[in-house]
Every structure is written in C-alpha cells, then in structure tokens.
Design a protein around this ligand. Structure first.
Ligand code: P6P
Length: 341
C-alpha cells in the first residue's frame, strides 16, 4: 500500500495556521528579516487576546462606563480605554526593539530607547476605538500602526511622525461577534479569527480584495447640514442613485464592513471638527494602509491620506475610504468644489 504523506491531514481538519506561524513564514520571504517584527506582532496579538477577554467580560466584571477622567483631548475615558491602554503598554513595553509607544490615551509618546540602543520600531495605537459603544455591545477595536525608527541624528527623538506610506505594518483587532485580527505588512491584507478553543488567531483569509464598487455609504448624516458643500452634493447623488446607508459609529467596525462588502466610509469636516474628527497617525493612516493594500482608496479632501505629513501625534483629518469607484464619486464633488474656489 502506498505510504500516505504523514504531513498531510487525514483525520483532523483543524485550522492550525496561526498569526504567529503566518508572520514568521512571511518573514522568511525577506532575507534581511531579523525576527524583530514578528516579536512585535506577537505582542500585539497577546494584547488583542487579553483585551478581547476584558471586553467580553466587561459587564460581568463591572468595567463598563466612565473611568472618571478625560483623555488628553478632553474626551471622557471609558474604564476599558484605560485597561486596554495598560494591557498594550505591558505587552509591547518589554519588546527590546521598540523605540517609542504612542497612544491616543497619552498626551506624549512613551520613549523607551533610541536607535542606538536598539529602538528599531515606533508603534502608535488607539487602544479601544469606539469604546463609547461598549455598554450596548457594539463592535469596538484596537488600531495599530508600525513605523521604522528612521536613523536620525543620535539621541534625537524617535521618528514617529512620518507620512502613512512609510508604515511597515498596520492593522486592527475588531472585538465583535467574533474577534478578528486584520493586518498588512505591505504585501496584501490577511485576516485571522481568534479560535477561543486554542487561544490563537487562525488564518481565515489572505490577500483580501475590496469590491471595486458597492452602493453603500457610511457617514453620520446627523452632521450633514454642516458638511462642506461637496459632501452634501455627494449625499444627494447617493440618495438619487438609491444607495444604502450603514453607520455603526465605531470606525473599526465601519471600515471592516467596508473592506469586506465594499462601499465608502466618510468622516467629513463638521462644525465641531473643521479638520475632521479622526486621528491621522493612529486611526486614518493604519486604516488607509489596509484599504489601499486591499485595492481601495483613502483620501482626505483631494489628498491621499498616506501622503499627509503629520506634525502632531494627535492631529485629526477628514476621511473618505473604501471601494475605489465609490471614493472616486466623492472625490469628483470635492475636486469640482476646489476648482471653483
Ligand atoms: P460620531 C468613535 O468615538 C470614533 O472615534 C470612531 O470610532 C467613529 O468612527 C467616530 O468616532 C464616530 O463619531 O461623531 O459619528 O459619533
């Protein structure tokens, strides 16, 4: 009888391709890879699993609601914002190749070491985006962005303010009906789901492609009276074309749906946020890298988000991202408005 290949499954069908093994396999494709990077990704994955557990048990452990403080931007912190931030700091803080950790929850970044001391990467993150939705069980998420700590003059502040196209990796963890880890290292977008039974993120999709077009727009229309005219004209176009509207109010959930089903997610300038509400460095940039790597587009006004040069860790931007044809519909109105100015 011909010997069967002992490496081929015959009696089990478990998905055993974990985030860890997948990242390490990807690293093998880069001769100059040092394993540093997968060491950081394993810390992000550990933080995601820990936060997922806290989110799932929030009402049981009575950690919902306000923490009682405000973050550096004057926004009320949820208890889980503080908990998630601490978990990420603890998981990433002992990685010897990290130069700086920068969080939405901290006014200043935490500088751990400079390049000469081995600080090769900068990690910027929103520990729990959309946390105001936690009390009602709506999907929330962790967003992360990884930059190389470019060699600058010795002992100069690590270089964490770079345009988004310089990101070496970006992604998010969505704590929803399942816990989903979506990541890109610049060669496409891969998706993992947390298999609670083995405590590991397992690979469920590789090289995800966003649909080129889909008649769905995602925006908080309550503010539309104060959107710039171009966005109001776009909404009139979408209504006339019979578009559907989907808006969760949690960026990670809205962008994840857009990535998988197509459509366009918008956060235009509003009366209270003239420059847009979402943060460029640790929300718009990582999400823009994911969307572009999946074949989509991401713009702020007429500019490509990933080309914007940040000058402040917490600066905000407007956002239009999603299917290339849907972004082009919005862009057409924006460019027409700008040409008449
Ligand atoms: P609005 C959540 O607070 C958040 O930062 C993003 O996750 C979300 O896309 C946006 O704000 C929702 O803002 O003004 O519609 O409640």
């Amino acid at each position: 009888m011909m010997e069967s290949n002992p490496l081929q499954p015959r009696f089990t069908s478990d998905n055993l391709t974990t985030l860890q093994s997948h990242i390490l396999a990807e690293e093998q494709l880069h001769p100059d890879a040092t394993g540093d990077f997968s060491w950081i990704m394993s810390a992000v994955a550990l933080a995601g699993k820990t936060i997922a557990n806290k989110v799932r048990r929030a009402r049981i452990e009575d950690v919902l609601g306000d923490h009682g403080d405000v973050n550096p931007h004057g926004e009320r912190q949820q208890k889980l914002d503080v908990i998630a931030n601490e978990i990420i700091m603890r998981c990433l803080g002992d990685r010897a190749n990290i130069a700086v950790l920068a969080s939405e929850e901290g006014e200043q970044p935490i500088v751990l070491r400079n390049r000469e001391e081995g600080g090769r990467y900068c990690v910027m993150f929103d520990p729990l985006d959309g946390s105001s939705n936690l009390d009602v069980c709506v999907g929330v998420g962790t967003i992360f962005s990884i930059l190389r700590n470019e060699r600058r003059k010795p002992r100069e502040m690590p270089h964490y303010l770079q345009p988004g196209y310089r990101q070496v990796a970006a992604g998010y963890i969505l704590y929803g009906s399942s816990v989903v880890f979506v990541v890109t290292t610049g060669t496409g977008v891969d998706m993992f789901v947390l298999d609670q039974s083995i405590g590991a993120f397992v690979l469920v999709a590789t090289k995800i492609r966003i649909p080129a077009a889909r008649a769905i727009y995602s925006v908080n229309e309550a503010y539309s009276d104060h959107f710039p005219p171009a966005y109001r004209e776009y909404l009139a176009f979408a209504h006339a074309e019979g578009y559907s509207s989907r808006y969760i109010g949690s960026m990670v959930a809205d962008v994840h749906r857009t990535l998988l089903t197509g459509g366009v997610f918008l956060y235009p300038p509003t009366k209270t946020h003239r420059g847009g509400k979402l943060r460029l460095v640790y929300e718009a940039n990582p999400m823009a890298m994911i969307i572009e790597q999946a074949g989509g587009r991401a713009i702020a006004g007429a500019a490509r988000i990933l080309d914007l040069a940040p000058t402040d860790l917490h600066e905000r931007t407007s956002v239009v991202m999603g299917s290339p044809e849907e972004v082009a519909h919005v862009e057409r109105f924006i460019c027409r408005e700008q040409s008449t100015v």
